[in-house]
Write a protein that binds this ligand. Structure first.
Ligand code: PMP
Length: 445
């Protein structure tokens, strides 16, 4: 019996009570994978085994783990002031963080609303959009347009504009009314094994014109897309696609929301993906790497025109919305320390510098059995495997388990393996992830 099995047996009782999110609980509890420590590029499991982090946790820990600057900032702040009411009271760190975010955000997005997660950021952005149109004298603009395969968290707003069937099915009667979806941009026939952005497919944005013709621009509040779909398996926007969405939304007075919960803070080589691709939306939702995953925190970055109009709204209160923990002082302290690390260590630039090496390494897996697509940008990539005859997702999970057994953490979504390491990764560690993956892919049947 291995140490891990020993551990799982001795703790079997205590595993009963926690209902884990997005996890096959029974399967997990029969064979638990428990992480106990983290430092730099590595986790350690409860038996002390080192696990190379190929996923930055869940796309969160862009500065790597165990950063002293962050833990010191958190510890200092919790002693200084653990909590302050978020309504009708302020504290300096939340204002300082908003200012810092405005400095690195795309032009015009100078206002920040704080949340505690990506899901809350999305639901907040949807409300801000509707509220803006009302304040702006266009109260009929309430419809939203999302995109197939989009992931926008698990609030009712997020699953409604999201386009991943599994997240929606059980709640199909409770979804927001008035939501349509653009087609996704994955083209496995035409664009398989493209390095970086596919060159074809921008015209898929034109479906927005049809939806405008169908519903009337005067009824549409916003379009929300991830500039690069992360959770669905790293689906890149075709060249020109985001620009086209921007042109059409602008033409009809529809707000454009980029969900950058995954793509912000260097993942694709800039502070925000919208900068990498030169397209500025009206709102950006973010979370995760905002404070390196240290304390739950999210944010919505908002164009000045939306904030300004909202201040003139008819209700006497600008937006009846917020959270007990909006702009939490400890989370804000962690975020400021994180932004300092990104800045001092030039980690966004590092993501770009390593992109070519990472790309070559990922695409070296091209000729392995069952590999049907590889996609990459910045320090994020995915390998799509053909499903095994045991069912969808079985091969992906098998590869994930084999990698974990060999001491490397990757992420499996169905039969897609996503890699998104901390941006502090070096070339040798990239090789280690890719070599472990190659062995796992060869070993799977
Ligand atoms: N939007 C996107 C694009 C995401 O990737 C995620 C999380 N993976 C979310 C929203 C939801 O974030 P959270 O899990 O923090 O609610």
């Amino acid at each position: 019996m291995t140490d891990i099995q020993n551990h799982s047996k001795s703790e079997a009782q205590s595993l009963e009570h926690y209902w884990m999110p997005f996890t096959a609980n029974r399967q997990f509890k029969a064979n638990p994978r428990m992480l106990a420590e983290a430092d730099g590029m590595y986790y350690k499991d409860t038996s002390g085994r080192a696990i190379l982090d190929g996923t930055a946790g869940l796309w969160c820990c862009n500065a790597g783990h165990g950063r002293r600057e962050i833990s010191e900032a958190v510890s200092h702040q919790i002693k200084q002031m653990d909590y302050a009411p978020s309504f009708q009271m302020g504290h300096p760190l939340a204002f300082e963080l908003a200012e810092r975010l405005a400095q690195i955000s795309p032009q015009g997005l100078n206002k920040v609303f704080f949340t505690n997660s990506g899901s809350e950021s999305v639901d907040s952005a949807l409300k801000i959009a509707i509220n803006y149109h009302r304040a702006n004298g266009e109260p009929t603009r309430t419809r939203f347009i999302g995109r197939e395969l989009g992931y926008h968290g698990v609030g009712f707003g997020g699953i409604s504009v999201g386009g991943i069937g599994g997240n929606r099915k059980a709640f199909s009667q409770q979804l927001l009314p008035g939501v349509d979806h653009l087609p996704h941009t994955l083209d496995m026939q035409g664009n398989a094994f493209t390095r970086g952005m596919p060159t074809t497919g921008a015209e898929k944005a034109d479906v927005l014109e049809q939806l405008v013709a169908l519903h009337g621009a005067e009824n549409i509040a916003a379009v929300i897309v991830e500039p690069m779909s992360g959770s669905a398996g790293v689906i890149l926007p075709p060249e020109g696609y985001l620009k086209r969405l921007r042109e059409i939304t602008q033409k009809y007075g529809i707000l454009l929301i980029f969900d950058e919960v995954i793509t912000a803070f260097g993942r694709v080589g800039d502070a925000f993906a919208s900068q990498r691709w030169g397209v500025t939306p009206d709102l950006i939702t973010t979370a995760k790497a905002l404070n390196n995953g240290a304390i739950p925190m999210g944010a919505v970055l908002i164009d000045d025109k939306i904030y300004d109009a909202s201040m003139q709204g008819p209700d006497g209160i600008e937006l009846f919305h917020g959270y007990t923990y909006s702009g939490h002082p400890v989370a804000a302290a962690a975020a400021l320390a994180t932004l300092n690390i990104y800045d001092n260590e030039k980690l966004f630039e590092r993501s770009r510098e390593l992109e070519g090496y990472f790309e070559d390494a990922m695409h070296s897996l091209k000729d392995l059995p069952n590999v049907i697509d590889i996609r990459n940008i910045g320090l994020v990539g995915a390998i799509q495997l053909s499903p095994s005859n045991k069912g969808i997702g079985k091969r992906g999970f098998d590869v994930f388990e084999r990698c974990f057994a060999k001491g490397t953490l990757v992420r499996a979504t169905a039969d897609i393996i996503a890699i998104s390491p901390p941006l502090i990764i070096d070339k040798q560690e990239i090789d280690q992830i890719v070599n472990t993956l190659a062995d796992a892919i060869r070993a799977t049947d």
